[in-house]
Write a protein that binds this ligand. Structure first.
Ligand code: BTN
Length: 326
């Protein structure tokens, strides 16, 4: 309901609107309006109040609220209405929240938080997710493809972010399977979790952490040399709301494509953005923790990485890759 109040204030384009006017329009009491205003202020909206004139909206919030994301969001499945965008101030991990809500929420629900206190990375690592500085979110999906195709859904998410970066004229480079890099430092990480049976996915949670406006000094020293942010690449602040919309729109288009026609086109796009193929790499296999080196030659139709090693050709389904300089 407080979203209706904010919509009403937005429509007034900075003019004052009376509490009584809002109350009448929304069919609520003036006290309820006042409560909405108080709540909206805590959410970061700048609202001036004057005794005789009422309320005027002076500034919007920077938070990733449905009321800010939805206007102008052009998607067909992902986050299409307020019910499908669940915003939290602070959570342990948006993937954790998404998994706990998975049975109740529909395909295309987004769980987004201003900060994560226990952000999870791949291979049991933690993921730095400071307040208001990035886009920390999870997509809850109930797709009709097979569980064996889930890794390719992760590649799809990486391509969606790369295409969003294109829209912002930022060069995107994907390191297999799905890290988005800049000059050897990681800007975006993706963690996919799944529940399913052999022939059916119950749910897929694709968690994405996008470092948006984090300066070099703001990263903890231990990741300062391996992490980067969009604002560093752009040389200026990037609107989290606008970038988030772009990612959701790109993912929505690709998701519709893979549900209808499979992953061929997405794999082609992935190849276009990849920086792994043709390089000397070191692999830590997630299957058995083994480390080996070789040349990355291709990704196969499952999205697995094909590596030529001195001992022969190997296929890696999950793992961590570092690109060797020589
Ligand atoms: C990685 O690069 O290791 C994957 C990082 C994934 C981070 C995102 S942030 C939103 C979602 N919630 C989590 O706890 N992790 C993912």
């Amino acid at each position: 309901m407080q979203n209706k109040t904010v919509e009403f204030l937005k429509e007034a384009k900075g003019e004052f609107v009376s509490g009584a006017g809002i109350a009448e329009k929304l069919g609520i009491t003036r006290t309820a309006v006042w409560k909405h205003i108080k709540k909206l202020r805590t959410l970061g909206y700048d609202i001036e109040s004057r005794e005789k004139s009422g309320y005027s909206l002076r500034g919007l919030t920077e938070k990733l609220l449905p009321a800010e994301i939805l206007p102008g969001l052009d998607t067909k499945i992902i986050g299409t209405d307020e019910n499908k965008i669940r915003h939290f101030e602070s959570v342990d991990s948006t993937n954790g929240v998404a998994k706990s809500l998975a049975s109740k929420y529909p395909d295309g629900t987004i769980i987004v938080a201003e900060e994560q206190t226990g952000g999870k990375g791949r291979l049991d690592r933690s993921f730095f997710s400071p307040n208001g500085k990035g886009i920390w979110f999870s997509l809850l999906l109930h797709p009709n493809f097979l569980p064996k195709d889930a890794p390719k859904a992760t590649l799809t998410a990486a391509v969606a972010v790369a295409r969003a970066m294109d829209k912002f004229n930022l060069k995107a480079q994907i390191k297999w399977p799905n890290d988005i890099m800049h000059d050897g430092r990681k800007i975006v990480g993706i963690l996919t979790e799944m529940s399913g049976e052999i022939s059916r996915i119950n749910y897929l949670v694709i968690g994405m952490g996008i470092n948006v406006n984090i300066s070099r000094e703001e990263f903890p020293p231990e990741i300062r040399d391996i992490a980067a942010s969009l604002s560093e690449v752009a040389g200026k602040e990037i609107s989290r709301i606008e970038f988030f919309r772009a990612v959701l729109e790109e993912f929505d288009k690709l998701y519709i494509e893979i549900l209808k026609n499979g992953f061929d086109d997405v794999l082609k796009l992935w190849r276009k953005y990849n920086i792994t193929l043709g390089k000397n790499i070191r692999v830590i296999s997630a299957e058995n923790g083994e480390t080996f080196e070789g040349v990355a030659v291709d990704i196969d139709s499952d999205g697995a990485l094909v590596v030529d090693t001195p001992e022969g050709r190997r296929t890696v389904y999950a793992g961590d890759v570092s690109i060797r300089t020589k």
